[in-house]
Design a protein around this ligand. Structure first.
Ligand code: PLP
Length: 660
C-alpha cells in the first residue's frame, strides 16, 4: 500500500497558491516520491483549520506569511506581523502538534519576526520571491521522510537481510534450533521467521545498546521525544511497571516524602519500597454503585500539596483504567509552586497526543515525568513502554544508573522496533485512526444504548460524587457498560461473550463491563459486538440484585517506612482464629507485604502499615463471601490465609530506626 502525504498550501493569494500547488505536484510526478507527497490548497486560516481536522493525510502545512502587498510597494507598514498567519499556525499546533509547519516569507526581516513569534514550532520556510518549486518539493518530501523514519527498525531489517552467521546469543541462533525439529518446528512456523531472525543481542554493535544508546536507538528515542513533546524519551522493554520504579529510584532518596494516590498501580507501591520513600497516601474517590475507583478529589490534592510542601514528588494516574482523567494543569501548577516534581502515570493514555479530543496530555500540562504503556493503546508489542522527561533539572546520569539496574541486559529487539514503528504510525496516521476509533465509540454508545438492556455510562454516571466540580474528563475510547438491566451477572456475561460470540472484553466490575477501543478496532469488530449485545439483550433474563462494592476501611497509619517492613523476615500469622473469626492477634501488628484484593486492585494494607480490626474484618469477609476474589500478598500455607507481619523484636528495631 502506498502512503499519501498531503501538503496543505494556505494562502489568500490565489495566483501564488495555484502556482505553488501546481509546481509541487509537477515535481511530485517527475521526481521520486515514495511517501506520496501531493499538494492541496486552502484560501483562509479557517479553511486550513477545517482541512487539518477533516483530512488525516495532511502531513505538512505551508502557510503564506505574506501580507499580499501590491508589487513594488515596500512601505514599512507592510512589515507588520501577519497576525492571521501566526494565529493559523498556533491553532494548527494546538490541534495537531505532529504536523510539520512551513512558511512562505517575504524577506529576511519577516523571517526574524516569525522566529520570534512561532519559535521552534516552525520547521522551515521558503522565500516567496524564490519560487524554486522543485527545490521546495525536495525539502518537503525530505521532511515527510524524516518524520516517518524508523532508525532502529530500519537497521534491524538491514541486519537481518545481511544474513550473518550467528555465533552469539540467543541460543536459537536466529530460529535455526527450531527448524527441522520434530518437536518444536511448529513454534518456528507460529512465530514466524523474521521475528526469530530479528531476535538479536548486544553482540551486534550496529544495533546500538538500549542500556547506553548512542546510535540508532538514541535516534529513535529522539524522534519519539519530538513526537510526544518531551525533552527526552527513553524506551523501556519491561513495561510501565518497571518505568515507574526507575523514576521513583531516580527522584526519591530514602526517607524523601512522596504524595500518591492509594489507587496507584502496584508498580508505584513497589517503587515506594525500592526507593525507601516516605509515602503520604491520598484516598481516591469511589463510585460504589458501579465499583469504579476514580481520581483523588482536587481539594484533597491541593490540601496535601499545601500540608506537605516538603514532598519531593507527586504521582498521579491519568487517565485511570476506566478513562477518568484529571484537569492536570492547576494541580501541577500548585505542586510546582512548592517545588514538588510531578510524575504522571499515563499507562492508559499514550494515544492522547494524536487527537485534539483527547488532549491536553500530561506533558502539555507541565508534568515533569510521564510513563506510558505504548503497548496498551498504540501498536507496540506488550511490555513496550516509553518514559518521557520534561524536567529541566533532569539528572540523566542518575536516571541511567537506575534504568540499567532494572533493564535486562538482553532486551527483546522486536519490542524496541515496535516502539519505533508505533511512534511512526502515531505521527503519520494516529489522528486519522483515532478519529475513526472515536467515531466507532460514538456509534457503539448509541447502538448499545438502543438494546434497552445495556447502557454505556456517561461521565456523570461514572463520577464519584466527591469529584463533581473537579473538571474531570473521560477518555471516550473506554466504554463502561452498565449491565444491571440485563439480568446477567458480569461473570455470566463475560462468559457468554467469549464462549458464544468469541468476544473478549477488557475488564468488569460486579455490574459493568469495560471495552477498550484502540486504533486496532475495526468496523467488523464493532458490528460483531453490537450483534452479540443485541442477541443477549433479547434474552430478557429476570432482574437480579447486584451487590454494591463493599466499603473498604480507610488507611490506618504507617508505623515505619514501607521499605523497612518489607525487608525484615517477619513472621506469618493466620488471618482467622480457630473459630474462623478475624484473628485478634493481628491487630496492632505491622504488615510486611502489600495486600491487594482483585477486584478492585487497591492495596488494603501496604508494608509498614499498622493493622487494625477494620482491615482484617474486611479481608476475612471478602475471602469468605466472594468466590472469585483473588488477594495478592497473602502468604497461604496449608490452605490457611496468613499475613507476614513484623515480629515484636523487629518492630522495636524498625520503629527505633524510624524515630532516629
Ligand atoms: C495505571 C497503570 N500503571 C502502570 C501499569 C503497568 O503497565 P505495564 O503493563 O506496561 O507494565 C498498569 C497496568 O495495567 C496500569 O494500569
Amino acid at each position: 500500500m502506498q502512503p499519501v502525504s498531503h501538503v496543505l498550501v494556505v494562502s489568500a493569494d490565489e495566483s501564488l497558491r495555484e502556482r505553488v500547488i501546481g509546481g509541487l505536484n509537477a515535481a511530485a510526478a517527475r521526481l521520486e516520491n515514495p511517501h506520496g507527497v501531493f499538494a492541496i490548497g486552502a484560501q483562509t486560516g479557517e479553511a486550513a483549520l477545517n482541512a487539518v481536522l477533516a483530512d488525516g493525510d495532511i502531513q505538512v502545512v505551508l502557510v503564506d506569511h505574506g501580507d499580499h502587498r501590491r508589487a513594488g510597494d515596500h512601505s514599512a507598514m507592510h512589515k507588520a506581523p501577519n497576525r492571521a498567519a501566526v494565529l493559523t499556525l498556533q491553532r494548527i499546533i494546538e490541534l495537531r502538534p505532529e504536523l510539520s509547519l512551513y512558511m512562505m516569507l517575504e524577506d529576511d526581516d519577516t523571517k526574524l519576526l516569525v522566529e520570534a513569534l512561532a519559535s521552534d514550532a516552525v520547521d522551515g520556510y521558503f522565500f516567496r520571491d524564490e519560487e524554486d518549486l522543485g527545490g521546495w518539493f525536495r525539502i518537503l518530501a525530505a521532511e515527510v521522510a524524516q518524520k516517518s523514519d524508523t532508525p532502529f527498525y530500519d537497521k534491524l531489517r538491514e541486519y537481518v537481510a545481511l544474513a550473518k552467521d550467528s555465533w552469539h546469543t540467543p541460543g536459537h541462533g536466529g530460529g535455526d534450533s527450531f527448524k527441522g525439529s520434530a518437536w518444536v518446528s511448529d513454534f518456528y512456523d507460529f512465530v514466524g521467521e523474521e521475528m526469530l531472525r530479528a531476535d538479536l543481542s548486544v553482540s551486534v554493535p550496529m544495533l546500538d545498546s538500549l542500556l547506553h544508546p548512542t546510535g540508532v536507538i538514541a535516534q529513535s528515542q529522539r524522534l519519539a521525544a519530538k513526537a510526544f513533546g518531551a525533552r527526552a524519551t527513553f524506551f523501556a522493554t519491561n513495561g510501565t511497571s518497571t518505568s515507574n520504579k526507575v523514576i521513583f529510584q531516580t527522584l526519591l532518596t530514602p526517607g524523601a516524602k512522596l504524595l500518591l494516590d492509594r489507587n496507584c498501580h502496584k508498580s508505584v507501591h513497589h517503587g515506594v519500597i525500592l526507593s525507601g520513600a516516605r509515602p503520604v497516601y491520598l484516598d481516591s474517590s469511589v463510585n460504589r454503585q458501579f465499583g469504579i475507583f476514580g481520581p483523588v478529589p482536587r481539594a484533597t490534592l491541593l490540601r496535601a500539596i499545601d500540608e506537605h510542601a516538603d514532598a519531593r514528588v507527586l504521582i498521579l494516574t491519568s487517565c485511570t483504567y476506566d478513562g477518568l482523567r484529571y484537569d492536570l494543569k492547576p494541580i501541577i501548577a500548585a505542586a510546582h509552586a512548592k517545588g514538588i516534581k510531578v510524575v504522571v502515570d499515563e499507562a492508559w493514555y499514550g494515544h492522547a497526543r494524536f487527537h485534539p479530543e483527547l488532549r491536553p496530555t500530561a506533558l502539555e500540562c507541565g508534568a515533569d515525568y510521564v510513563t506510558q504503556s505504548t503497548h496498551k493503546v498504540l501498536s507496540a508489542f506488550s511490555q513496550a513502554s516509553m518514559i518521557h522527561v520534561n524536567d529541566a533539572g533532569f539528572d540523566e546520569h542518575l536516571f541511567r544508573e537506575n534504568f540499567n539496574m532494572h533493564a535486562s541486559t538482553s532486551p527483546q529487539y522486536n519490542l524496541i522496533a515496535s516502539l519505533d514503528v508505533a511512534r511512526k504510525q502515531a505521527v503519520m496516521e494516529g489522528y486519522k485512526l483515532l478519529d475513526r476509533s472515536l467515531r466507532f465509540a460514538r456509534e457503539l454508545r448509541e447502538k448499545i444504548n438502543s438494546t434497552g438492556a445495556f447502557r454505556v455510562l456517561e461521565l456523570e454516571d461514572m463520577l464519584p460524587a466527591e469529584l463533581r466540580g473537579d473538571d474531570i474528563l473521560l477518555d471516550p475510547t473506554k466504554l463502561t457498560i452498565d449491565i444491571s438491566a440485563s439480568g446477567f451477572s458480569a461473570d455470566e456475561l463475560r462468559e457468554a461473550l467469549i464462549e458464544r460470540f468469541n468476544i473478549q472484553v477488557e475488564k468488569n466490575t460486579h455490574n459493568t463491563l469495560t471495552l477498550l477501543l484502540t486504533i486496532g478496532t475495526t468496523r467488523s469488530k464493532v458490528s460483531r459486538l453490537f450483534d452479540a449485545m443485541l442477541r443477549l439483550a433479547k434474552e430478557r433474563r429476570p432482574p437480579r440484585t447486584y451487590l454494591r462494592t463493599p466499603q473498604a476501611p480507610g488507611f490506618s497509619q504507617l508505623a515505619c517506612l514501607p521499605r523497612d517492613a518489607f525487608y525484615e523476615a517477619g513472621e506469618r500469622v493466620s488471618l482467622l482464629d480457630d473459630n474462623g473469626h478475624p484473628n485478634p492477634h493481628l491487630i496492632g501488628r505491622v504488615c510486611c507485604d502489600q495486600i491487594v484484593p482483585y477486584p478492585p486492585g487497591i492495596p488494603l494494607l501496604v508494608p509498614g502499615q499498622l493493622i487494625d480490626s477494620g482491615a482484617i474484618a474486611f479481608l476475612a469477609r471478602l475471602l469468605q463471601t466472594q468466590k472469585s476474589i483473588d488477594v495478592h500478598g497473602l502468604a497461604g500455607l496449608d490452605g490457611e490465609w496468613q499475613l507476614r507481619v513484623l515480629t515484636q523484636s523487629e518492630m522495636q528495631l524498625v520503629v527505633e530506626r524510624n524515630a532516629r
